[in-house]
Design a protein around this ligand. Structure first.
Ligand SMILES: [Zn+2]
Ligand SMILES: [Zn+2]
Length: 310
């Protein structure tokens, strides 16, 4: 995938940032003849937006496979066609709606998890550039996937809005009190310089108006998942996470920076519904462990998952 970012000249990327004259000329032209926004991935002009709330052209957006609500596993949110008659189970025993992985999993502490898109080659490249090569300019695109999935699966407000009116009944959706994220161990944070799940959770929280708090901490680094077989990954709890009862996290506090730590603890105790954000759902073991730890910290809470890719 080719990705250009900054300067555009007639829809083509200008690679030399020193061409100040060209930039000034372009700005003047843009002022006289306003240009459409340019795509964050390919740099071409965006004349019409697709489903994501960010500047992405339809061609780039079409390279992703979105997870539609009526063809997903009710547990983990993966692409799952119930009508195929493949082995599976169900939450209430009434229909074949849970994928084999969810059936095989031991105890799950998540009410359910949802993701925006499949982990195809384009998504793999996008996440790798952002997460491992530190291309932070991609954060708004990944956050847009989360916002898209949030609006589909967790947004309960504005029931009379154009989006929800007469199209789908959202009354069954949970009202989310708080967003949290999968933490990184300090050694990994030092290596990577940022926690991708935290950055994306904060962008999501700001966009949907729900407070974000670092309720979890990683107490020891995890053995690389690839070292375990799939069955082991499905069932194992690594016990590497801990609930932060103080949760005065790096970026501040819950919603109110002036809140005392006692108030913050009581606010957390009153929290009933929490969404845990991560970039990828692979086997679900990370989110399941995060939910397990949160349940011990806040026993009454219902825990949901939300990831960019599944
Ligand atoms: Zn594009
Ligand atoms: Zn599933």
């Amino acid at each position: 995938m080719y990705i250009h970012y900054i300067l555009q000249e007639g829809g083509h990327a200008v690679r030399d940032p020193n061409r100040v004259g060209v930039r000034l000329f372009q700005r003047m032209i843009n002022w006289i003849y306003p240009q459409p926004d340019s795509c964050l991935l390919c740099g071409m002009a965006v004349f019409r937006r697709g489903r994501l709330p960010c500047r992405l052209c339809l061609r780039c957006e079409s390279m992703f496979t979105f997870l539609d609500k009526d063809a997903i596993c009710e547990g983990c949110g993966r692409l799952w066609l119930h009508s195929q008659g493949m082995p599976g189970g169900s939450i209430d025993g009434s229909k074949n709606s849970i994928c084999p992985d969810c059936c095989r999993r031991g105890k799950t502490y998540l009410t359910y998890s949802r993701s925006a898109a499949t982990y195809n080659e384009t998504m793999k490249e996008l996440i790798a550039r952002y997460k491992f090569r530190g291309d932070r300019k991609l954060a708004p695109i990944l956050a847009a996937f989360l916002i898209y999935a949030w609006n589909k699966h967790y947004k309960t407000e504005n029931k009379e809005s154009k989006e929800s009116k007469g199209i789908c009944d959202k009354s069954h959706l949970p009202r989310i009190d708080l967003i949290t994220y999968v933490p990184l161990h300090d050694s990994r944070l030092h290596e990577r310089t940022f926690n991708q799940a935290e950055e994306l959770a904060r962008l999501l929280g700001a966009a949907v108006g729900v407070p974000v708090a670092g309720l979890l901490e990683k107490v020891r680094a995890t053995e690389k998942q690839s070292h375990k077989n799939r069955q082991g990954r499905l069932h194992a709890l690594d016990h590497t996470l801990r609930y932060r009862s103080d949760y005065a996290d790096r970026a501040g506090t819950l919603a109110d920076c002036t809140m005392s730590s006692e108030n913050r603890i009581s606010e957390a105790k009153n929290t009933r519904t929490i969404v845990i954000v991560d970039d990828i759902y692979t086997t679900g073991s990370t989110l399941n462990e995060a939910a397990y730890v949160l349940k011990h910290g806040i026993p009454e809470a219902k825990i949901y998952g939300l990831t960019v890719a599944r």
